[in-house]
Design a protein. Sequence first.
Length: 185
Amino acid sequence: MKKLTLICFLILSICLMGVAQAQNKQAKMKTKPIAAAMNADSLPMPYPALYSSNFVMGDPANSRLILEMWKDFDDNAFERHEAMFADSTKIYMSDGQVVKGKDGMMEGVKMYRNSLADVKSDVHAYMSFKSVDRNENWVAIWGVENNTMKDGKKLSVSLHEIWKFNKDGKIDEIRQYSAKVPPAQ
């Protein structure tokens, strides 16, 4: 009787292993088309990317630098990292204004920051990424800048910024997009 039980157990185990292997193979076959479809090269897009659509995660040290610069702005000490800007830096402001050159950009940032009594930023997300085909490093950051004007009035602005690094590791381009934060209800 013990032999019969052992034989039945072995047969049942072999059958169950076969079923599990078949299910695993079937699951793998189902995911292959999905993985292929996720590849941007094989999935037709309605618009071509004029800059790039081939990105990988970038150096987290670049994100740290941009976070430190946001902190510098809050602390009214933006000049702490002035050496990290290329002389040819361009900043594209959310109002359409373009400031060219490190000196003009630093002057404008200082003038704007000095018009505020206090700034506290809330960072929602950030990431470093690299354009593979262009070999350029970027940082994207999303957050809210909570400003207190010199007259005590408060204004919060949602920001999305992308910062580009040149081949020397210096920031040479910033693009800023903003929207006023609606009043709390």
